[in-house]
Design a protein around this ligand. Structure first.
Ligand code: DAH
Length: 335
């Protein structure tokens, strides 16, 4: 009996009516007194008592759904046929979308820093020379100002090359304390390959207040690395140079793939670089009308693609922008 019900349920579901005649045919075949569903009801008396409850429920459900389908056929002038001839009454399959991996990681980064009191700010992707370069202490002849490296739109206007520009926008209009994260898309004039792209995503962090020290920076980044990549993660800071920080550093984490033993991701060093950071250069504070004698701060910037590649073992940057459903669907069950 259950099999017969299931078979008819399937038939009802598949049935498409392309005209009023079809709709009537449907009624006669399933819902009329001599129809298949009525027939099942007639046979219900033969069902063994233990199964009566279950079978009864199945039967009722079948009848209700067939009746609803018939009602829908009747309601619609065109019966239920779309322009393409497709049956518009077929229920939409349950399809679950997925978040883009870059979005997952972006949310996770912002959430971790959110626990430390960092709020989120955004700025424009089309940026002027002042916010992207000059206020950040870039010298006139810095290579990033070159047409070869940056997409210029006008003489003093370009697609931002980093999210550090948002630091300036916020500091210009806010007196410290400032504790913010600034996510966004950035652009560079690079040939596209597995390791480089002409656009990618960064998250910038900034903390300016009285008595902010390099130790605060280090502890904040250690907390982030361990929350993001696991408790056993180690960090190391290497001296570096950025025009807008002094001193500047690059931060490595212990390789998430081989845990320091050596593999091709960390080029057998046991360490992988994940971000740039440093103490905000006093000249930058001054450019934003903040007194460097009173306030100090730290800043850092990381590429979201890079963090995502390490976290999920993705080995080609192009996958993030190609929209291949086979790649994207792999992130379906996350968050
Ligand atoms: N803007 C740098 C870049 O795009 C990253 C960076 C380095 C940001 C050091 C910072 C920082 O805030 O302090 O490569």
């Amino acid at each position: 009996m259950k099999e017969r019900i299931e078979k008819i349920r399937h038939e009802v579901e598949e049935f498409t009516a392309k005209s009023k005649e079809h709709a009537e045919e449907f009624r006669l075949k399933y819902l009329s007194r001599k129809g298949k569903i009525s027939e099942l009801f007639d046979d219900f008396k033969n069902v063994s008592p233990e199964l009566k409850k279950e079978v009864g429920q199945l039967l009722n459900k079948l009848k209700v759904s067939a009746q609803e389908k018939l009602d829908r056929f009747k309601e619609s002038d065109e019966v239920n046929v779309g322009e393409s001839g497709a049956d518009l009454t077929v229920p939409v399959p349950e399809w679950k979308g997925s978040r883009h991996p870059l979005n997952l990681v972006r949310r996770q980064i912002l959430e971790i820093f959110g626990r430390l009191g960092f709020t989120v700010e955004e700025g424009p992707e089309i940026e002027d020379d002042w916010h992207n370069f000059s206020a950040l202490n870039f010298p006139e002849d810095h290579p990033a100002r070159d047409m070869q490296d940056t997409f210029f739109i006008g003489k003093e206007v370009a697609l931002r090359t980093h999210t550090s520009s948002v630091q300036v926008r916020i500091l210009e209009k806010t007196q410290p304390p400032v504790r913010i994260m600034m996510p966004g898309r950035v652009y560079r004039n690079e040939a596209i390959s597995a390791r480089a792209h002409c656009f990618f995503h960064q998250v910038e962090g900034l903390y300016v207040d009285k008595n902010v020290s390099f130790a605060d920076l280090k502890q904040t980044l250690l907390y982030f690395a361990q929350e993001m990549f696991g408790e056993e993660t180690k960090i190391r800071l290497r001296p570096s140079y950025f025009p807008f920080t002094e001193p500047s550093a690059e931060m490595d984490i212990s390789c998430t793939i081989c845990h320091g033993k050596g593999c091709n991701v960390c080029k057998y060093s046991g360490w992988v670089e994940i971000l740039g950071c440093g103490m905000v250069d006093p000249a930058v504070l001054q450019n934003c009308k903040i007194d460097p004698e009173v306030y100090s701060g730290f800043a850092f910037g990381m590429g979201i693609e890079r963090i995502t590649m390490l976290k999920y073992g993705v080995n080609d940057l192009r996958l993030f922008s190609e929209n291949d459903a086979r790649f994207l669907a792999q992130f379906e069950s996350e968050m």
